[in-house]
Design a protein around this ligand. Structure first.
Ligand SMILES: Nc1ncnc2c1ncn2[C@@H]1O[C@H](COP(=O)(O)OP(=O)(O)OP(=O)(O)O)[C@@H](O)[C@H]1O
Ligand SMILES: [Mg+2]
Length: 491
């Protein structure tokens, strides 16, 4: 046939690509809807009511603190500021509500927050599972309010009328200079969120992308800050970066660009939404530095190690290979968001069993040990063993005591033997170092063993048929050498 002049071919191609892009975006939105990652109207209302109730409780509490100190209750106030994925409008059904309790200078953290306010919350029928985590970097109360998990840290402002002042000056550096370190940290969560919202060109598209990223990271086993994967804030910054680079892109293009940009990212170049990068980098931030948009700039805290860095890179390459073919109209989104097939990927697993006499003790114990997991991953790496710390927890019903079981995929680079006795001794040193509430965990236990496939729960060993269709990635993209056959693992 006749050869069309070039400009017309380009126009037709562009029109076809645009149509494909929009049809892929529609199918992506339909997929997200079917997966149920977006909260229903009712769920949204429920969360709004919770924030409102918490606000009322904090107001009453501030007035009571003033009254008990002989002050005038009407000039004192407190408030609640939300942050995290709730505030960004990208929360899912399993997300918590992150809310800072902002209190006046007369309300102390130790007594008024952890004792007086705790009692007020405990007296409410909507509140359950309340516990205080006083030793955390950001001390907080964690509870369920009408069944929704709430993380509730405390920021004490150097003023009496905290509610009024925060509305005007939450970003005022002079005010922030006067608050203590823990208060400053939780207010920076609020400030970072506000900055992100100001920096993204289209909030709706950003929320959609962030929902995709959170779902993808959860399904692929790379959404867990404590074991060295992404925290929500990392994904929010990476998502915002893509949105800023492509302000007019559709949902499909944004997701494709995310994989394209970050599978090729020259780490350790920091990802930053503005020009500035922090002057110093805390431990754990050197492999995959991501900068929070606040002043002064700070890195998001990170626990990434060589192993988890490799897995993240592998997953980014996988995402790229599944989305880069722009010539096909349809894309099966369930491939991209497929659960990670641990059972098919690894031959050996490190089985970590945490147990305690009661469920309350187990909750504290699991929280504490998880905050030490990074040292176990580093220890394995020092033995030349890579690991994929599956963040999900199982329960072994054959054990009498309340327990939580973790199964981490092991990658043996050489004929290494794992002696779990010395591994445990080593890990226990890190667990018992600086332990908070030692007596609380006196009857709790850890057991480590190396197990093979048969002892892995069915949910982890299933190998969905669609995984067979995955394109083969070159080993370079997998980030580590292929596993040696016949390695010895001694439990
Ligand atoms: N590693 C971190 N570095 C810096 N700030 C963090 C980090 N982890 C959490 N935060 C702060 O705490 C907030 C809430 O964290 P959280 O882990 O609940 O994430 P999220 O984005 O709310 O995701 P989810 O939907 O899973 O709850 C973040 O928005 C951030 O301000
Ligand atoms: Mg949250």
């Amino acid at each position: 046939g006749a050869i069309l002049p070039r400009p017309i071919v380009v126009c037709l191609d562009l029109a076809r690509m645009k149509q494909m892009d929009s049809s892929r975006s529609s199918s992506l939105m339909k997929f997200l809807e079917d997966t149920g990652v977006s909260p229903s109207e009712e769920e949204t209302r429920r969360r709004e009511r919770i924030i409102l109730e918490l606000h009322k409780i904090v107001m009453d509490w501030a007035k009571m603190v003033a009254f008990n100190q002989g002050g005038k209750p009407w000039i004192t106030s407190g408030t609640v500021l939300t942050f995290g994925s709730y505030d960004l409008g990208a929360y899912g059904p399993e997300s918590d509500i992150d809310a800072v309790c902002v209190g006046p200078c007369i309300a102390s953290l130790q007594h008024h927050f952890f004792v007086v306010l705790r009692q007020m919350l405990e007296a409410r029928p909507e509140v359950s599972d309340l516990h205080s985590i006083e030793s955390a970097r950001v001390p907080l109360m964690r509870f369920k309010f009408n069944g929704v998990s709430v993380d509730f840290p405390y920021a004490q402002l150097p003023v009496i009328n905290a509610a009024e002042l925060q509305a005007i000056h939450a970003n005022d550096p002079r005010l922030l200079e006067k608050v203590d370190e823990a208060s400053w940290r939780c207010l920076s969560g609020v400030r970072v969120n506000r900055q992100i919202m100001q920096l993204v060109p289209n909030m709706k598209k950003f929320q959609l992308l962030l929902r995709c990223l959170k779902l993808w990271a959860r399904k692929r086993g790379i959404h867990c800050h404590l074991v060295g994967f992404f925290a929500g804030i990392h994904l929010a910054v990476l998502g915002a970066y893509v949105c800023r680079r492509h302000p007019n892109a559709t949902a499909n293009t944004l997701l494709c660009r995310f994989f394209e940009i970050f599978s090729h990212w020259p780490w350790p170049l920091p990802v930053s939404l503005h020009e500035q990068t922090p002057l110093w980098s805390p431990d754990g931030c050197s492999l995959m530095p991501i900068v929070m948009p606040c002043y002064p700039p700070e890195f998001c805290a990170s626990n990434v190690t060589k192993s988890t860095f490799n897995k993240i890179k592998e997953e980014l390459w996988r995402g790229l290979s599944l989305t880069k073919d722009t010539s096909s109209v349809d894309i099966d989104w369930s491939w991209i968001f497929a659960p990670f097939p641990y059972g098919a990927k690894y031959k050996h697993f490190l089985r970590i069993v945490l147990s305690a006499p009661t469920t309350e003790e187990l909750r504290d114990w699991v929280g504490w040990v998880k905050s030490r997991f990074r040292s176990l991953i580093l220890k394995l790496e020092s033995l030349n063993i890579g690991c994929d710390p599956n963040p999900s927890e199982q329960v072994d019903h054959t054990i009498g005591e309340p327990n939580a079981v973790f199964l981490w995929g092991l990658i043996m680079y050489s004929n290494t033997q794992i002696c779990t006795t010395s591994l445990k001794e080593d890990f226990m040193r890190s667990v018992t170092n600086n332990i908070y509430g030692k007596e609380k965990c006196a009857h709790s236990d850890i057991e480590l063993s190396v197990v093979g496939m048969p002892q892995v729960p069915k949910s982890m060993s299933d190998h969905p048929a669609y995984l067979q269709k995955l394109p083969n990635l070159p080993p370079r993209m997998l980030g580590y050498p292929p596993m040696r056959q016949g390695c010895n693992a001694v439990g």
